[in-house]
Design a protein around this ligand. Structure first.
Ligand SMILES: Cc1ncc(Cn2c(C)c(CCOP(=O)(O)OP(=O)(O)O)sc2=O)c(N)n1
Ligand SMILES: Nc1ncnc2c1ncn2[C@@H]1O[C@H](COP(=O)(O)OP(=O)(O)O)[C@@H](O)[C@H]1O
Length: 566
């Protein structure tokens, strides 16, 4: 604010920062430039952390992860046109994953853009964002900034959370208005995600179905994790004794070694269950759309979801429970009589037997991998698992193909919301952004388990991690290439001797600690040391290029003998 004569004045960037602070936003993730550099500087001066990235995609992913972890929208700040576009993948991914975030972007002058007179970084950003976000708004007057920020925050977190775009043209950021008028134009959003409780009849429908089920199953999705209704979920599962299946980002809602988990009998559970209760989980491709033969064609579905239109998206929902997970699960606990829901021993025994069988098979693969050389994915992953068991508060970020599939089933989670991965879209490039957000928002240590190709999408953010000295250990499972990313097959002559990438040398360039591990023992030692140090580190794990398969097991990855052009 400033003084001209007696009148006190303020301007657009001050109003944006004041509106964010009024709504308890304490961090912004972004890349500065025209016309938002001063906004970031002012935010920092006002006590909001600004985390400056190397690419807006990683900044946007960080904002989305912050939203998932805190239930407050993560804020991503971008410059106009190219910067704005770079943030869109993250905005769209947040919307698909139901993570609350707001992308605030500067934009060019309306009178030039709308007549296409050719402005600096000219683009109709609002029109572009609308198709990829939950909602998109533009502020045309400084006095509307408070309204725009409040609208964006409420829209991002209410109902099904998602990504919201807020467009603020450079002229509005620079517009000067009376300070008192400005202050009066701001407001703090009240209860943006209100609790919603289903009526008793809806509760009874669900309880009745579970009470008469022969083979009930509960599926916990990342919506259940996001809801922060951990006690209600645990209480309901343990009170009813119903077997449960955690989806990848719901792992840890109950400890993965819980007796009622059917994660290691997943196929049998889906195929045989006769009543399935979906809690914050969509019946999308990750669950085969609920179709036979993966599912029992007679299965009846109960669905707990905040988004009423999600129900009947794939299968008939016999017992709809529209509301927030916390309220619905509490209402079910209160309304279920003692012993009303009991699980037939035969079903529990059938699942336990299959679990034991599958655990036994996996144990053989793990034992073999312990000593295999060159190191296999499972060799590195069980070393990581053993170290993380000693550090249960550590966040796990995970992306890749084999790196994702194998880590999900090898690294058990003990606490809620500590696993962040490629999610519903299977997006590569979330790794460093998610890791930065987990470290910034919680202060807890983070281990990012990355395929080597996946790491490359956001790898330059290793510099960001080092610049802020974040306690992030990046573990690259380096099987040297992605989907035959070599030119041996085209060039004709034998590929030159492979020079395997040395990601560990890369972090040294930014002051972080690099390790190269060729055996599980070396992986464990490096990870223990890096976690104890609490500083940026990268462990490059040398994995057998012939190990693993292409996503969907189409064909062997980097078949034997193919070396990779580096
Ligand atoms: C943004 C983006 N680009 C490309 C892909 C396609 N893709 C790509 C490029 C993957 C990387 C696999 O290689 P990796 O080295 O990360 O994994 P593994 O070596 O562990 O198999 S996994 C996958 O689905 C994607 N999912 N997302
Ligand atoms: N607080 C909440 N209460 C109830 N449902 C929620 C809440 N937050 C998000 N959801 C819902 O959770 C679901 C998440 O599903 P999905 O992303 O498919 O999970 P997963 O991939 O883990 O199965 C979405 O349909 C979303 O509407």
């Amino acid at each position: 604010g400033g003084l001209v004569g007696a009148q006190k004045l303020t301007d657009g960037i001050h109003l944006v920062v004041d509106a964010l602070k009024l709504n308890e936003i304490d961090a912004i993730y972004g890349v500065v430039g025209i016309p938002i550099t001063d906004l970031a500087r002012l935010a920092q001066a006002s006590g909001i952390r600004f985390i400056g990235f190397r690419h807006e995609s990683a900044a946007g992913h960080a904002a989305a992860a912050a939203g998932f972890l805190t239930k407050k929208p993560g804020i991503c700040l971008t410059v106009s046109a190219p910067g704005f576009l770079n943030g869109l993948v993250a905005l769209a991914n947040a919307t698909v994953n139901c993570f609350p975030m707001v992308q605030i972007s500067g934009s060019s002058e309306r009178h030039l853009v709308d007549l296409q007179r050719g402005d600096y970084e000219e683009m109709d950003q609002l029109a572009a964002a609308r198709q990829f976000a939950k909602a998109a708004y533009r502020v045309q007057r400084a006095e509307d900034i408070g309204r725009g920020v409040a609208r964006a925050i409420r829209t991002a977190v209410s109902g099904r959370p998602g990504g919201v775009y807020l467009d603020i043209p450079a002229a509005v950021l620079g517009e000067v208005i009376d300070a008192d008028l400005g202050a009066a134009s701001l407001w703090r959003v009240v209860d943006p995600a209100p609790r919603q409780v289903p009526e008793p009849a809806a509760l009874d429908r669900a309880i009745e179905l579970l009470a008469t089920a022969q083979r009930p199953l509960v599926v916990l999705g990342k919506g259940a994790a996001y809801a922060q209704a951990d006690d209600q979920i645990r209480q309901f599962v343990e009170l009813t004794g119903v077997p449960y299946l955690p989806m990848s980002m719901a792992k840890g809602l109950l400890p993965d070694d819980h007796a009622q988990s059917v994660a290691s009998a997943r196929s049998l559970a889906l195929r045989r269950a006769d009543v399935v209760m979906l809690v914050g989980a969509r019946l999308n491709w990750l669950l085969g759309h609920g179709d036979a033969p993966q599912w029992n064609s007679d299965a009846k579905f109960i669905q707990v979801d905040i988004a009423s239109t999600e129900l009947d998206s794939n299968q008939p929902i016999a017992a709809p429970l529209v509301g927030d997970v916390g309220s619905v699960m509490q209402a079910l606990i209160d309304r279920t009589g003692p012993g009303q829901i009991a699980v037939p021993a035969q079903w529990r025994d059938e699942l336990s037997a299959r679990s034991a069988e599958n655990v036994g098979k996996m144990a053989k693969r793990l034992t073999a991998a312990e000593t295999a050389h060159p190191m296999k994915f499972l060799g590195a992953l069980q070393a990581i698992r053993d170290v993380l068991r000693e550090n249960p508060r550590t966040y796990v970020v995970n992306e890749g193909a084999n790196a994702l599939d194998l880590a999900r089933n090898t690294i058990g989670m003990q606490v809620p919301r500590h696993r962040l991965d490629s999610g519903t879209w299977g997006v590569m490039g979330i790794g460093m952004g998610y890791a930065i957000a987990a470290a910034v928002e919680t202060g807890d240590p983070v281990v990012a388990i990355e395929g080597d190709s996946a790491f490359g999408f956001s790898g330059m953010e290793i510099e960001t991690i080092c610049r802020y000295g974040l306690p992030v250990v990046t573990v690259v499972l380096n099987n040297s290439g992605v989907y035959r990313g070599d030119d041996a097959s085209t060039s004709g002559d034998p590929a030159p001797t492979a020079l395997r990438a040395r990601h560990d040398l890369m972090i040294a360039a930014f002051g972080g600690r690099g390790y190269r591990a060729t055996t599980p023992v070396e992986v464990a030692a490096a990870l223990r040391e890096a976690l104890a140090a609490g500083k940026p580190a990268l462990i490059d794990c040398v994995i057998d290029p012939a190990d693993g398969t292409e996503s969907g097991n189409i064909s062997h990855l980097n078949p034997k003998g193919i070396t990779v052009q580096r």
